[in-house]
Design a protein around this ligand. Sequence first.
Ligand SMILES: Cc1ncc(COP(=O)(O)O)c(C=O)c1O
Length: 397
Amino acid sequence: MTDLARLNHATAHLDPPLAVVDLAALRHNAIELVRRAGGKRIRVATKSVRSREVLRAVLALEGFGGVLAFTLPEALWLAGSGFDDVLVGYPTVDRSALRRLAADPRAANAVTVAVDAVEQLDLIEKATAEVAEAAPIRVCVDIDASWRPLGGRVRIGARRSPLHSPAAVAAVAREAADRHTFRLVGLMAYEAQIAGVGDAPPGRPGRALAVRAMQRGSAAELAERRAAIVAAVKEIAQLEFVNGGGTGSMERTAAEDAVTEIGAGSGLFLPRLFDGYRKVDGRPAALFALPVVRRPGPGAVTVLGGGYVASGPPGMDRLPQPFLPHGLRYDRQECAGEVQTPLLGAAADDLAVGDRVWFRHAKAGELCEHFAELHLVQADAVTATVPTYRGEGRTFL
Ligand SMILES: Cc1ncc(COP(=O)(O)O)c(C=O)c1O
């Protein structure tokens, strides 16, 4: 049975728009991530999954432990439902969520927040000052993993933490360690220019060579600097973890002795943007189906919905990929529309009104902001249907 026939058979009783997770592909991808992590544990990036049930299923597999959440309200929600190791990977200034964290010893035990400046420590202290018997807030210092070659004249990487040098990181770490409000437990650094930039962009051999050279240089610089930072901070506090990397950088990040765990999630669903990486190999595990609602003419069909554009620099690569049946493409005048999307190509002539077209999202978890449920497909049947965050009424961002 082809994948198309299998997915159509599994979901024949359901009316699209609908989203599925192919469990065999998810499992295959999870095992592949574990292999690439080379023995280091993988902390699952929740933004790239956005379904508690799927997160639980992945965490049950060997090699995975803890989650990397994207907001503090999300982390509190997860901690309240049994997730016992939740690192919020981005700074938080949500005062009411901080108060809830400090007031709940169980949550405070499970959740760690990221900081990269003394002003964030000040804000947390101020927000929680009135909480009676406040629990210490677990903090992790977020390091700038960008590369600054040519004596700092060039900056390659995401604009995240301002803390670049071991001294700068140690200064914030010391502040956190010295204040009663906090317990310094970890370090993290996300090397976006390696983990999030494909080194094999399709049809662009020149760019591929440039990206690989950049990533080699950046990885060498970061390995040395990260080791020095970890050594400096270990003088200040005992660290429970040093988190780094992502789906696109697993082998490189895991090879650093200073790193204890990898934060990754996209490789589980394997969205379109991860096709252009030499080391990322897997099967698309999250797909959505849209129904053909009309046929504007020969070589064209129109499906309902489709404009699920991914975040990041706008471009065609942020659109969902018409995936199955093969041979469909966007009309460049319309692309993926708000309510309807025309698709062109010879394959269109084999589709009737009421048939479905399967798509991959460009990114991983953002798909779940458009669907309340994920139908879990095993072979050619739906074996369970689980809610997304959105399906549970939770839209954190
Ligand atoms: C802090 C952090 N760690 C890890 C990742 C990697 O996530 P993924 O594997 O989904 O690309 C990201 C992605 O942006 C991130 O922001």
